[in-house]
Design a protein around this ligand. Structure first.
Ligand SMILES: NC(=O)c1ccc[n+]([C@@H]2O[C@H](COP(=O)([O-])OP(=O)(O)OC[C@H]3O[C@@H](n4cnc5c(N)ncnc54)[C@H](O)[C@@H]3O)[C@@H](O)[C@H]2O)c1
Length: 280
C-alpha cells in the first residue's frame, strides 16, 4: 500500500505541468490534497480531475511570493484537514535574459516566486509537519540547481538557492530529531508550459522579442523539455515514498549531476558551446 494513502499533501503551482501531475499522482495513491495556484482556472481543472480519482481536495488561489498570504494559507489548510503531512513547494517560473539585459524586476520576480516561495511554504507549514509526526518537505529545484547556464542567472540563482535552503533544512531537522523528512527535486527537461509562460510574461511586459528569441524558445522547448510531466510526477512521488533526500528526474539531470562533479572547470565551456549551437 502506498505510504501517502490518507496523508494530507499540499501542492503549490498545481494548475499546470509538474504540479498538476503531482496532484493527480498523489490522488491516485490515496492522498488528501490542498492545491493552490495563481491560475484559478487551471487549478479548478486539476481539482476536478483529482476529485474524480476519489481525493478530498481543498483549493485556494495563492501567490507563493506573498509571505502573509502563505502564512494564512498554512493555518487555513491545517484548520481544514486537522493535520498536514507533506508539502510540495513546486510553483515556479522561468524568465530573464543575460545579466546585462535583465532588469531588477526580472531578478525580483524569479527570486520572490522560485526561492522565497519555497522558503515561505516550508517555514509556514513546518510546525504542522512536525506536529503530524510523519512530515515531509519536498522542494522543487532543477537541473539548474546543479549546473549554471547562460541567460539564466535569475533562474539558476533561485534553484541553487532552493537546493542550499533544503539541504541546510535537512541537516537542521536531523540535528533536532524532528519527524520530518526532506527531499530536494532536480528535474531535467519536462514537457510543461514553463518556457511558453516565460515568453508570454515577457510579451505582456512590453518586451520586443526578436526572431532569435523566438527560435531559441522553440529549440529549447522542442529539444530539451521532453519528459512527460506524468512521468516526472511518478518519479517524484516514488522518491518521496522511498524517503530519498535527493530526487533526480530524468537522464539529463543525472548526466548533468555527474558532469558537474567530474568536470567542474570544463562544464561551463561545454554549456556555452551547446548554447551557441541552440542559438544558431
Ligand atoms: N519543466 C521543466 O523542464 C522543469 C525543469 C526543472 C524544474 N522545473 C520546476 O518545476 C516546477 C513546476 O514547473 P512546470 O515546469 O510544471 O511549469 P508550469 O508553468 O507548467 O507550472 C508552473 C505553475 O506555477 C504557477 N505559478 C507561477 N507563479 C506562481 C506564484 N507566484 N504563486 C503560485 N503559483 C504560481 C503557474 O501558474 C503554473 O500553474 C517549477 O518550480 C520549475 O522551476 C521545471
Amino acid at each position: 500500500m502506498s505510504s501517502v494513502r490518507g496523508k494530507v499533501a499540499v501542492v503549490t503551482g498545481a494548475a499546470s505541468g509538474i504540479g498538476r501531475q503531482l496532484a493527480l499522482e498523489l490522488a491516485r495513491r490515496g492522498a488528501r490534497l490542498a492545491l493552490s495556484d495563481v491560475d484559478e482556472l487551471g487549478l479548478g481543472e486539476t481539482a476536478d480531475r483529482a476529485e474524480a480519482l476519489g481525493a478530498a481536495v481543498h483549493t485556494a488561489r495563492l501567490d507563493v511570493s506573498d509571505r502573509a498570504a502563505v502564512e494564512a494559507y498554512a493555518t487555513a489548510v491545517a484548520g481544514h484537514f486537522g493535520v498536514v503531512h507533506q508539502v510540495y513547494n513546486n510553483a515556479g517560473v522561468a524568465g530573464g535574459s543575460t545579466v546585462l539585459e535583465n532588469s531588477w524586476a526580472d531578478y525580483d520576480r524569479v527570486l520572490s516566486i522560485n526561492l522565497f516561495g519555497v522558503i515561505h511554504g516550508t517555514k509556514a507549514f513546518l510546525p504542522h509537519l512536525i506536529a503530524s509526526g510523519d512530515g515531509h518537505v519536498v522542494n522543487v529545484s532543477s537541473l539548474n540547481g546543479i549546473m549554471g547556464q547562460g541567460r539564466m542567472t535569475a533562474y539558476c540563482t533561485s534553484k541553487f538557492g532552493v537546493r542550499g535552503f533544503t539541504e541546510s533544512l535537512r541537516a537542521e531537522l536531523l540535528a533536532a530529531g524532528h519527524p520530518v523528512q526532506v527531499s530536494v527535486v532536480h528535474p531535467g527537461g519536462v514537457r510543461t508550459n514553463i518556457a511558453t509562460a516565460a515568453l508570454e510574461h515577457a510579451r505582456a511586459q512590453g518586451q520586443e522579442l526578436t526572431p532569435d528569441d523566438e527560435a531559441r524558445h522553440r529549440a529549447y522547448t522542442e529539444k530539451l523539455l521532453r519528459m512527460p510531466p506524468e512521468q516526472a510526477a511518478r518519479i517524484v512521488v516514488d522518491g518521496v515514498e522511498a524517503g530519498r533526500p535527493r530526487i533526480l528526474v530524468g537522464n539529463d539531470a543525472r548526466a548533468v549531476d555527474l558532469l558537474v562533479r567530474l568536470a567542474p572547470r570544463l562544464y561551463p565551456v561545454l554549456v556555452a558551446r551547446a548554447e551557441r549551437r541552440f542559438a544558431s
